[in-house]
Design a protein around this ligand. Structure first.
Ligand code: UGA
Length: 440
């Protein structure tokens, strides 16, 4: 009989994983402490905007393969393989990750599984400090000897969560027994049969596979943004530079998009947690470059504020600024560590009246940044603006014709924080177009 699966923590990762595993034909139970969130999921509404996920949830709940609970006991009774996908946020005032939710989930499952005398595999999916799986396995060996631990990091991207889960570009499993490997091969039989590469490894390598990937991606973005700083000083064009670099297969064009830099719930906190963990392991020197990656990233936001101030004649008092974009990236309503909102907030604090528009993230932004003004369209946000800032590259903004905003703005000035608008189009239409790392 196919193993029955649970997914503990139904946030971004867990909700997607649960729905996708049900889609693959497994009986799945999603468990979360938040009953309200579960009611929404059961009604086919994901806790965040993610293309295709609402439909998938509704379809899988209707099929009877996907159900939800708030009880560890029910989860333990139901599942043979438990995927743990709870959050590991940055600790307040520190770089390190908070692993308390992971500990609670493993302990909760282990306690009930041991009481039932049942065999089970608990598979960590969350991004954790290297060494966490070893530590949990040692703990469970004492409290719940019938429970085994495995680690299976997740590489999905927001905006592509469903397709990345059903057809990941690789699967990594850290295991200590053939039985654990066999169970996970069974769970992932479909993607494996479709040719997805599988790396079977030890716990620390599996954990590092995830943080090092995010560290590399962050470094790649900060590399091109460092080049943008030099381009700006030298009068060179960072977009053309990225294209030339990208033609070299060894480098590749992806993740060389310069602009406001990286935000979101993963890259910024993961590089910081990685540095903190390396420090604990006595290997802090190896990752000091990530400090630079982080500060290059934060400098982009400051530079955008400076450019906007320049365009407002040297000060923001009495000026109106339109901000296009609030999500940390397009096709998402996630505003965690959003570069766009960070810039909007800084400018507002310096005295401008800032109006933000985003196709999906306005509701979330309003809750977090109530002092900013919000609009229902780009044109409305641009009304009376002395400068328009393009900060999250939604397709809607890429496709925008300058004439759409012309009647609304007070001055035809646009700053492209994502280097995707066509400078010629805007300049020909009589706008002052400025971008980070591109000639004036
Ligand atoms: C990232 C990784 O890409 C996933 O593989 C990983 O699973 C995930 O974190 C995670 O750890 O859960 P995500 O945070 O969804 O995924 O977003 P990305 O597409 O990586 O973008 C991150 C940030 O970098 C965004 O703010 C984006 O605007 C920025 N970015 C990305 C750039 O500034 N330039 C680029 O060329 C690419």
């Amino acid at each position: 009989m196919a193993p029955r699966l649970t997914v503990i923590g139904t946030g971004y990762l867990g909700a997607t994983h649960a729905a996708c595993m049900a889609k693959l034909g497994f009986e799945v139970m999603g468990m979360d402490v938040d009953a309200e969130k579960l009611a929404e999921l059961a009604a086919g509404r994901a806790p965040m905007y993610e293309p295709g996920l609402d439909e998938l949830l509704a379809e899988q709940v209707a099929s009877g393969r996907l159900r939800f609970t708030t009880s560890y006991q029910e989860a333990a009774e139901f599942g043979d393989v438990h995927f743990v996908s709870v959050g590991t946020p940055q600790l307040r005032g520190e770089f390190a990750a908070d692993v308390s939710y992971i500990n609670t989930a493993f302990d909760g499952l282990a306690e009930h599984t041991a009481r039932l005398g049942k065999e089970a595999l608990i598979v960590g999916k969350s991004t954790v400090p290297v060494g966490t799986a070893d530590r949990l396995a040692a703990r469970l060996a004492e409290t719940a000897p019938t429970v085994e631990v495995a680690w299976n990091p997740e590489f999905l991207r927001e905006g592509f969560a469903v397709q990345d889960t059903l057809r990941p570009d690789r699967l990594v499993i850290g295991v200590r027994s053939q039985r654990a490997e066999d169970l996970l091969r069974e769970v992932y039989a479909e993607p494996l049969a479709a040719g997805v590469p599988l790396v079977v490894t030890d716990f620390p390598t599996a954990e590092m596979a995830k943080v090092s990937a995010n560290a590399f991606l962050a470094t790649k973005i900060s590399f091109i943004n460092a080049m943008a700083e030099v381009c700006e000083a030298a009068g060179a064009d960072v977009v053309q530079l990225a294209d030339t670099l990208g033609y070299d297969d060894r480098i590749g064009r992806r993740f060389l998009n310069s602009g406001l830099g990286f935000g979101g719930g993963c890259l910024p906190k993961d590089i910081r947690a990685f540095m903190a963990r390396a420090g604990e392991l006595g290997a802090d020197q190896a990752l000091t470059f990530l400090r630079e990656v982080d500060s290059i990233n934060m400098r982009r936001r400051a530079r955008m504020v400076e450019l906007a101030r320049e365009q407002c004649g040297g000060g923001f008092l009495g000026k109106r600024v339109a901000v296009l974009g609030a999500a940390f990236k397009p096709n998402s309503d996630d505003i965690r560590d959003s570069p766009a909102l960070n810039v909007a907030g800084q400018i507002q604090l310096q005295g401008a009246q800032v109006t933000v528009y985003d196709p999906k993230a306005v509701d979330n932004a309003r809750k977090m940044f109530p002092a900013l003004a919000y609009a229902d369209s780009a044109v409305e946000a641009a009304r009376g603006a002395h400068v328009v800032l393009h900060l999250t590259e939604w397709q809607e903004f890429r496709d925008m014709d300058p004439s759409e905003l012309e009647g609304a703005v007070s001055e035809k000035r646009i700053l492209d924080g994502r280097n995707v608008l066509d400078p010629d189009k805007w300049r020909t239409a009589g706008w002052t177009y400025r971008a980070l790392g591109r000639p004036q």
